[in-house]
Design a protein around this ligand. Structure first.
Ligand code: ADP
Ligand code: ADP
Length: 228
């Protein structure tokens, strides 16, 4: 469980990106943060893995204040997937996936074997593993990004607009596969999107953000849809 307890983030220029945010993100489910551009979704996401620290308030994961934890250690248990997969351009696909486990001390041979397996799991054929990212389509690169995030088998995954950089047909397929994969893995997922339809389709819980980084509502998609 991830708890935001009266969290505020004010940037040095005075912008209040997130204001007095309190919410509970349950374990083993997909929680989608949705709302218009600039309402503090990405800032909220990045405070979970300490890419950004709050100005005030507390974020706890399973009861532990994240700011009491070493960021590098924290990020071993938190996967991070962004819009343009953010792959290392000079490394092959398989090495993109294997790099972090190797840095964490897994023998290279084992890390590569695991990487091939993960790539298969996200629907990439063996032939793609030895290519460079630039040789893949946008949708394929997103899959590599997911495989790389999964390589550390993190209990928590943060995803920032993971499907918005691909065309609608590819997106539909990725979303479906993502739900299938999550059905198997049962990760705690926090996903950011500006697309309310996507939030309703993918979220077990939907957190609707409003201007000034305030939480307007946290509910199930069913409850959102049944509102007048
Ligand atoms: P969202 O993800 O909902 O689009 P963000 O969290 O990216 O929102 O941004 C929230 C607000 O904080 C916006 O007004 C944005 O311009 C501002 N902001 C984001 N990053 C910075 C920064 N590094 N310095 C100053 N203002 C920022
Ligand atoms: P494309 O048209 O880009 O080749 P498909 O819709 O046919 O894509 O892809 C489905 C596959 O992509 C699945 O096997 C799924 O596991 C994987 N996948 C890709 N991106 C993601 C993601 N962001 N999250 C989860 N799975 C993903």
């Amino acid at each position: 469980m991830i708890e935001f307890d009266d969290v505020t983030k004010r940037y040095p220029d005075g912008t209040v990106a997130v204001g007095n945010l309190s919410m509970t993100i349950p374990t083993g489910a997909i929680t989608v943060l949705v709302g218009p551009s600039g309402c503090g979704k990405t800032t909220s996401l990045r405070m979970i893995n300490r890419m950004i620290d709050p100005t005030s308030g507390t974020i706890r994961i399973d009861g532990q204040d994240v700011t009491s934890q070493d960021p590098a250690l924290l990020r071993r248990s938190i996967g991070y997937v962004i819009q343009h997969a953010g792959l290392f351009p000079h490394r092959t696909v398989v090495d993109n996936v294997a790099t972090v486990p190797v840095l964490n001390g897994l023998p290279r041979k084992q890390a590569r074997a695991q990487a091939y397996e993960l790539l298969e799991r996200v629907g990439l054929t063996a032939g793609m593993a030895d290519r460079y990212p630039v040789q893949l389509s946008g949708g394929q690169q997103q899959r590599v990004g997911v495989a790389r995030a999964l390589a550390a088998d993190p209990p928590v995954m943060l995803m920032d607009e993971p499907f918005s950089a691909v065309d609608p047909v590819v997106r539909e397929g990725l979303q479906k596969e993502f739900l299938r994969l999550q059905g198997e893995l049962g990760k705690t997922i926090v996903m950011v999107t500006h697309d309310i339809d996507e939030a309703i389709k993918l979220g077990d819980h939907v957190a609707v953000f409003a201007e000034g980084g305030r939480l307007a509502q946290l509910s199930t998609p069913e409850d959102l849809l049944s509102q007048p």
